[in-house]
Design a protein around this ligand. Structure first.
Ligand SMILES: Cc1cc2nc3c(=O)[nH]c(=O)nc-3n(C[C@H](O)[C@H](O)[C@H](O)COP(=O)(O)OP(=O)(O)OC[C@H]3O[C@@H](n4cnc5c(N)ncnc54)[C@H](O)[C@@H]3O)c2cc1C
Length: 397
């Protein structure tokens, strides 16, 4: 795979930079740096700008506004947005449920949900995990029994990111408790979070923020028209998410920004005779992480390229998830080390913050980054997937 930008790609890169320069309001720049969750109003405004250009849904199927961008074009776009510190767009809406509805939704669902996803009118959350059903998701128990034109949902979800602000949830429920295989008895419902019987209870994380929640369903009546992809077909629908998640799963662009922040902190730190950035052991470790990130970036592009040629391997996503999440955690830890005494300060405290500006939020982010090796499928389980596939093919030789 040739990673040198072609003349067309260079022209596209230039076009994206010019677009961002012209359209990105100064007050939007950096909002996602300050707050992990971009304010819904800002997100909606930025999404409208991207939608008008046709770029918001670039990764969707062509029939629903997709542009058929190459992996490199996606990468160029993401990188440029990150460099310009553009607001984040909703991964859950634009990257997950949007394309899922494009593929599995009926015409009525397309007409109702897709415009609301694009405009940001709906904020989505993902109701998969339950107490006792995380890695072993197929064991989920939240029940949906059919009564006339409704499903009556009873059960509990947990770790539901943004359920406290979401207007809709894509939710896996058990519609056939007697199915021969647990996977065969699962359906996906699109649930309006305002329906009576839904209770959202916050769970606060170690970074002091409110990211996720417990969600309780107490005989919630969900219209049958909210079923996505057919009754008992929820497992296939959920698995299809993997295909959309391959691109960007390693989070290379954001991690490169983080590496730059850590280098900036170290450049401003004097230890011993000079800058920490130039100190042998520190510089050595920073460089090794940079090389690992370069390698990961190339691997990610190779995987995206293979996906485009329909040659993706089943363990590709797992591999990117493991390498990307663990690299991010290592860079965060080096950042904490560079901050020294400043790492003890909490952003809300009156304690002095690091003069680099990057320091204040790094501690909070580093704490949240512990979660990257858990969400989206715990890394131990991803390692099992990689080992199972690779060892199987090794033994087949
Ligand atoms: C920040 C964050 C946000 C999240 N957001 C959402 C969300 O929006 N929606 C949602 O549905 N879920 C969400 N989750 C939940 C996430 O998907 C689960 O935490 C994850 O799938 C792991 O499940 P679990 O927590 O039940 O852990 P468990 O499955 O109980 O695992 C506990 C430990 O055992 C290990 N383990 C489990 N099985 C095996 C095995 N077979 N072999 C080896 N080791 C094993 C795991 O790796 C882990 O270390 C979120 C989680 C986090 C941390």
């Amino acid at each position: 795979m040739d990673l040198t930008l072609s003349p067309d790609e260079l022209a596209f890169q230039q076009h994206v930079h010019e677009f961002l320069e012209a359209e990105l309001k100064p007050e939007w720049r950096g909002v996602s740096d300050i707050d992990n969750r971009t304010q819904p109003e800002i997100m909606a405004q930025w999404q409208a700008v991207l939608a008008a250009k046709g770029w918001l849904t670039a990764g969707w199927p062509a029939a629903n506004g997709g542009l058929g961008w190459s992996p490199m074009q996606h990468h160029i776009f993401k990188e440029a947005c990150s460099q310009a510190r553009a607001p984040k767009i909703s991964t859950m809406s634009i990257g997950m449920i949007g394309p899922l509805i494009c593929v599995f939704g009926n015409p009525e669902q397309h007409a109702f949900y897709l415009p609301r996803i694009i405009s940001g009118a709906d904020i989505w959350c993902q109701g998969f995990s339950e107490p006792g059903s995380g890695s072993d998701l197929a064991s989920l128990k939240t029940a949906a029994r059919r009564e006339g034109e409704d499903y009556v949902v009873l059960g509990q979800k947990i770790w539901t990111t943004y359920a406290h602000v979401a207007t809709q949830m894509f939710c896996l429920v058990r519609t056939d408790p007697l199915a021969a295989r647990p996977q065969a008895g699962i359906s996906m419902l699109l649930i309006d979070m305002k329906l009576p019987g839904i209770t959202v209870r916050p769970i606060h994380t170690i970074d002091g923020e409110h990211h996720f929640n417990e969600v309780f369903f107490d005989d919630v009546r969900v219209p049958v028209s909210c079923l996505l992809g057919g009754e008992h077909k929820g497992w296939d629908v959920a698995r299809a998410l993997l295909a959309f998640e391959r691109s960007g799963i390693a989070d290379v662009v954001a991690t490169r920004q983080l590496l730059g922040d850590v280098a900036a902190i170290a450049a401003g730190e004097n230890r011993g005779d000079g800058r920490l950035l130039d100190e042998g052991d520190f510089a050595d470790r920073l460089t090794k992480l940079e090389i690992a990130l370069d390698a990961l970036e190339i691997l990610e592009m190779r995987v995206m390229d293979a996906a485009e040629r329909k040659a993706a391997r089943d363990h590709d996503a797992s591999m990117l998830k493991i390498l990307g999440s663990e690299l991010k955690q290592k860079i965060h830890m080096l950042g904490i080390e560079a901050l020294g005494i400043f790492a003890a300060a909490w952003p809300d405290d009156d304690a002095p913050v690091h003069p680099s500006g990057a320091g204040a939020k790094l501690v909070v982010d580093a704490l949240f980054a512990r979660a990257t090796s858990i969400y989206g499928g715990a890394n131990e389980v991803q390692r099992n997937i990689v080992a199972k596939i690779l060892l199987k093919s090794a033994f087949e030789i």
